[in-house]
Write a new protein. Structure first.
Length: 185
């Protein structure tokens, strides 16, 4: 058995130990406790922490991807809008050109129609004028013929050798013509 002096000696032997360094059993138990804490952190805390970080990263990356997708969609919509606008401008230009062409065609058709109408009116006028001319010529021939016969009768009835008698006959004939013209009016 250990007597009391040995116990005191053993207790006093511990005094030789450096107070800054812990005892070997404290180091071992501290290492065991640290290993348990590390194991618990490694097994339970770090995976939860990693899961939370992954969720945040996915949320952030998803938000960025959604923002990029929305940006790409907006750019595509803008491009489609610009294409539609360009198409509408081209269509409007085509419609204006077509309207100009149709206007030109209508004007040309109206000019042709007006020319044809004026040619027809001129032709009708010329035909009427020719008919009236023929009628006037026919009337004049009959009148000239009748007047020639009348003049010849008057000339034959009077003496043609005397100049004064000829002038008197012509004057009388002209006076009769004037009287006939005044009576016809």
């Amino acid at each position: 058995m250990i007597n009391t002096t040995e116990l005191i000696y053993l207790a006093a032997g511990d005094e030789d130990q450096n107070p800054l360094l812990p005892a070997w059993y404290d180091i071992i138990w501290s290492l065991v406790a640290f290993a348990v804490v590390i194991f618990v952190f490694w097994k339970y805390v770090i995976p939860q922490y990693q899961k939370m970080l992954d969720e945040r990263r996915d949320t952030i990356e998803g938000g960025i991807e959604r923002a990029e997708a929305a940006q790409a969609e907006a750019n595509a919509a803008l491009l489609a809008y610009r294409e539609q606008l360009a198409g509408a401008r081209e269509e409007a230009a085509g419609i204006r050109d077509e309207a100009r062409q149709q206007g030109t065609q209508i004007i040309n058709a109206m000019k042709v129609q007006a020319t044809e109408e004026s040619d027809r009116i001129i032709a009708n006028g010329a035909a009427q004028l020719a008919a009236q001319r023929q009628q006037v010529v026919a009337e004049l021939r009959s009148d000239v013929g009748r007047l020639s016969v009348d003049l010849a009768e008057k000339l034959v009835a009077s003496d043609l050798s005397d100049t004064a008698k000829q002038a008197g006959t012509v004057d009388r004939f002209l006076a009769e013509l004037d009287d006939a013209n005044l009576g016809a009016k």
